[in-house]
Design a binder for this molecule. Sequence first.
Ligand code: NAP
Length: 332
Amino acid sequence: MSITKNLTAAIMRAIRVTSFGGPEVLNLDTGTHIPTHGDNEVLIRVLAAGVNPVDTYIRAGNYGALPALPYTPGMDTAGIIEQIGQNVENFKIGDRVFTVRTLSGAYAEYTVANSLYVGHLGDKLSFDEGAGIGVPYFTAYRALVIRAKAKASETVLVHGASGAVGLASVQLAKSIGLKVIGTAGTPEGMKLVQDNGADFVFNHREDGYMNKITEVIPGGVDVILEMLSNVNLGKDLEIIKYQGRIIVIGCRGTVEINPRLTMKSECTITGMALMNAPEAEWREITSAVEAGITHGWLKPHIGLKYPIEEAAKAHDTVINNSGAMGKIILTL
Ligand code: NAP
């Protein structure tokens, strides 16, 4: 038996996608049924939903695992628990929460999520900020701590630091004592990266910026978190330190590299896909993220907000996004 609270209506507003395609396939349906939850799940009243690049790949049909049609997009939400399944012990009705994965979709007034993918939002962050936590911060943690095994006093280059994952990485890396170099493509983005704690910031659209990095870190960097590998992987190999770790987070095509450079540095190049995380890692990352909220180092930067009916506009913007715009969210 589940612990329930009566809902005033059985239907809700939600974005429904009936065929894969461009942003125009994101249509608001005002008569979608409120989803029901199972024993290990919670029903959340969504106040804000985060828009991630992966939502656009799935919507376009360009992703490994595609949902059955029709579906409601999105993974990241912030809201309030409305109902809980009988096996769920760590939440109660009325808790402020965020999600990093949902079963029924994030772009909706209500969502159902397995409690494994739900975290406590606490009262320090707004719901808008809460919608900026999920995929960006979980990705940053899994890349930097779990895959790269970064340690305090090491140096990390966040290659593409002005976006959602990049800023999360900068905040996380500073909180655990790394020296941080970040890159951005505009003066506004560079300022944002600096304001979020980076020790050095360079413009990845400027000729010779990699030389400037080696000027400030002559021995090379221990870890590189790479947001655009198809552009940067070859250059990364020139500045990675002996036994350094390059983590491929973002990639939008192919790239030519000189494998010989990996011999000199004995570096590793590691791919990372958040959705591959096993259950123990989801629990570990949730604890770290909740601690970040409580202790104050975790602060999503929300740049653009759209009402849910303008989800298509939000996807358009995310495709052409400059990180300096900050995280894009939908409000409900
Ligand atoms: P975002 O907010 O749109 O940020 C994109 C970032 O890429 C911005 O900082 C942008 O900087 C930067 N960029 C643009 N040109 C660049 C260049 N030449 N070199 C380095 N960086 C450059 O996206 P996000 O949510 O942070 O995600 C970043 C990437 O990671 C996306 O490709 C996304 O699909 C991927 N991702 C992967 C995983 C995973 O599990 N592997 C999880 C989440 C995200 P400017 O705009 O300032 O130029």
